[in-house]
Design a protein around this ligand. Structure first.
Ligand code: ADP
Ligand code: ZN
Ligand code: ZN
Length: 663
């Protein structure tokens, strides 16, 4: 009897046994169609055996192999198994998450491509590159010298210091060694420039893009091309780290600190951490780049586990770091969101034909609709949050659950007419600026204005060609873009993050301010950044103004050490939600008790409400556990999760979040 163990995308932790019909060979990694209940499913063979715990009369047969898709290579299966174990998820779910949807369908047209790699094409030389600066050469030497072995490098470089150029030259070297390169970016929609930059540099090397905005056919194509080796460079978002490769020789994680590398539902993995682990298993170099690296990576570099390359200055001739100043909004009170100082600076730019960017990290018109007579405000009935006013659509919208309603003409409580929008979103600032700067060509960039595919690219092209004077937008504007004529950045409403309960909030604010400041003065004209704040003396703003990330990081690391937070302690959350009040918390309290019995080396906290306490009608709570040692945390989590799963809880939805990014 030949039994195949098949990983299926069902919420159970074990793989399933199926009989292999006589004469059918299904090597590890093979995609197979199997009967499941009354339906059929696509699964992946993850093991073989001669026997099964399932009685033979109840074993069902593998129906057929999907033979036009080459088996998932052993190395890729290995990293998927690692993810399943480390993040406490079923292997079948992890495998499914790594497969493009098209390849998971039971019935689909056969794919034209076969697995064999096209005869190794002689690569035409890359397009000419600028001569690397001294700092870039030093960074490249640090990356290349150890040769092809596991070798993590933290590339810490201020915005505009030429990190991208270092990546490109490292890719060139990997391609020349006959290797594939994986280039991860936080959000591909935000970096269309990067895609054309890579294509232009390597005209002879096929590149595949991998991100969620691709259609199903394109995603399947990219997966198959990475797997066969036809694609020499894969540029993608976090999901690309789980793709199969034939001869991967380099991994790059750009903006490695970015929160979007962590998936926030299902398989809650950190693509950055998985990238490092994968490079380690493969024995290849990995580059983590950022102007504001995560404190975890800073600690790794300072303690010598990662090599550390620093690009301290902007590289382009004449480009200097922008001058960063705070505007004291207690004295210079903003009118409709914009202070006098910022308005003045923008008028100056307009007069000189230069561009400005106003950063306000909140979309919509106003975050609150408020009754001046009775203090009623519009809130979501399903979430513990306000409804955001989208005035042009005449709607109130919940940004958490998507709930929408018409804007009331009178207060629903006192029937009074005095409803007023409070606070500023991108739409409102856009209107303010239109009134303030008559004749200026203004464009808004946020998730609403760029919902259509290609819309973001259109706006960014217009900025580059000088058709836009003023950009207003959310953090979508903070990353990656390079506009030589943009010389002013205004930052609105960033104070809230100074006082957040989340221990990562300050780190994130610092990164965001550095990123958005980095858009100013990338050409030969100097840049200026004005941060509107009620707390102009706050040390975080002072450190941003001094461009002193190193000192900020030292201070923040000391606080983390004192509090036992990452990277000095390892965290996991048990998250729970239920429609019945109190049930999620009661569930967590039960499992907190059980946790005490499982391990003495893990500290168990009390259940607390989630930062968004109610979402889409569910009451949400979480329980934190912490350990000084990863070696103790992992087996603890395995036993704990297994016990909870065996508990058969039906009313509470729960999940384990390992190394949580958001508390
Ligand atoms: P970063 O990724 O660190 O923000 P970039 O790689 O985008 O910086 O580089 C900033 C600018 O400097 C780009 O316009 C790039 O073409 C240019 N540049 C990079 N390296 C060099 C170099 N060695 N000599 C001249 N210009 C360079
Ligand atoms: Zn009222
Ligand atoms: Zn809601």
């Amino acid at each position: 009897m030949k039994v195949a163990r098949v990983a299926l995308d069902v919420p159970l932790y074990e793989a399933f046994d199926f009989l292999l019909p006589e004469g059918l060979e299904a090597p590890l990694g093979t995609l197979v169609v199997v009967p499941f209940g009354r339906t059929r499913k696509v699964g992946v063979v993850v093991g073989h055996s001669e026997a099964s715990a399932v009685p033979v009369e109840r074993l069902r047969q593998v129906e057929r192999l999907i033979d036009d898709i080459p088996p998932i290579p052993g190395e890729t299966l290995g990293i998927l198994e690692f993810c399943a174990q480390y993040y406490q998820r079923p292997l079948g779910e992890v495998v499914a998450a790594s497969l493009p949807p098209r390849l998971r369908q039971v019935s689909r047209r056969r794919l034209a491509a076969k697995g064999s790699r096209p005869a190794a094409p002689a690569l035409p030389a890359p397009a000419p590159a600028p001569n690397p600066s001294l700092a870039q050469s030093a960074a490249l030497a640090l990356i290349q010298e150890p040769g092809e072995r596991f070798h993590p490098v933290l590339l810490e470089g201020v915005t505009g210091s030429g990190k991208t150029e270092v990546y490109l030259q490292a890719i060139a070297a990997a391609l020349a060694r006959g290797r594939q390169a994986l280039f991860l970016v936080p959000e591909i929609g935000l970096t269309p420039q990067l895609e054309s930059q890579v294509r232009e540099r390597f005209p002879g090397a096929a590149m595949a893009c991998a991100h969620s905005q691709l259609n199903e056919g394109e995603r399947a194509r990219a997966w198959l091309d990475a797997q066969s080796g036809a694609a020499r460079i894969v540029l993608g978002t976090r999901l690309a780290v789980l793709m199969p490769f034939r001869e991967l020789g380099l991994v790059i994680v750009d903006e490695e600190h970015d929160a979007s590398y962590k998936q926030q539902e299902g398989l809650r993995y950190s693509a950055r951490d998985v990238a490092v682990r994968r490079a380690q298993r493969l024995g290849i170099p990995v580059i983590l780049g950022s102007a504001t690296p995560s404190l975890e990576s800073v600690a790794n570099a300072r303690e010598g586990r990662y090599a550390h390359a620093v690009l301290a200055e902007r590289v382009a001739a004449g480009a200097a770091m922008p001058a960063i100043r705070t505007v004291d909004t207690r004295a210079d009170r903003p009118q409709e969101g914009i202070s006098h100082a910022l308005a003045l600076a923008m008028r100056e730019r307009l007069g000189r034909g230069e561009q400005s960017l106003v950063f306000v990290n909140r979309r919509g018109f106003a975050p609150v609709l408020f009754c001046r007579d009775c203090s009623w405000h519009a809130s979501c009935t399903r979430c513990s949050s306000n409804l955001v006013l989208h005035r042009r659509e005449g709607r109130l919208r919940c940004h958490h659950c998507g709930h929408m309603e018409r804007v009331p003409v009178a207060c629903p409580t006192c029937k009074g007419p005095n409803l007023a929008p409070i606070g500023h979103g991108t739409q409102r600032i856009e209107e303010t600026l239109a009134a303030l700067l008559p004749g200026a060509r203004i464009a808004r960039v946020d998730r609403d204005s760029t919902a259509r595919r290609g819309a973001l690219q259109d706006v960014l092209d217009r900025v580059r060609s000088g058709e836009i004077d003023v950009l207003v937008g959310t953090q979508m504007l903070a990353k990656g873009h390079d506009y030589p004529n943009l010389t002013l950045v205004g930052v609105l409403d960033s104070d809230a993050a100074l006082f957040s309960a989340d221990f990562r909030a300050a780190e994130r604010l610092f990164a965001q301010l550095v990123q958005v400041s980095g858009r100013a003065g990338r050409g030969s004209r100097p840049g200026e950044v004005l941060i509107q704040t009620d707390f102009p003396g706050h040390p975080l703003y002072a450190a941003v103004a001094r461009h002193d990330f190193a000192r900020f990081a030292s201070g923040a690391l000391e606080e983390r050490r004192a509090a036992g937070f990452p990277p000095f302690g390892h965290l996991a959350l048990l998250r729970a939600e239920s429609k019945v009040p109190g049930e999620a918390t009661a569930f967590l309290a039960r499992w907190a008790l059980a946790a005490h019995d499982i391990s003495a080396e893990v500290e168990v906290f009390d259940p607390v409400p989630a930062s968004l306490e109610r979402k889409a009608g569910y009451e949400r709570a979480q329980l934190m556990v912490r350990s000084g040692s990863r070696a103790a945390m992992q087996p603890f989590l395995r036993s704990w999760k297994s016990a909870i799963a065996a508990g058969g809880e039906r009313r509470v939805r729960w999940s384990v979040d390992v190394d949580p990014q958001e508390l």
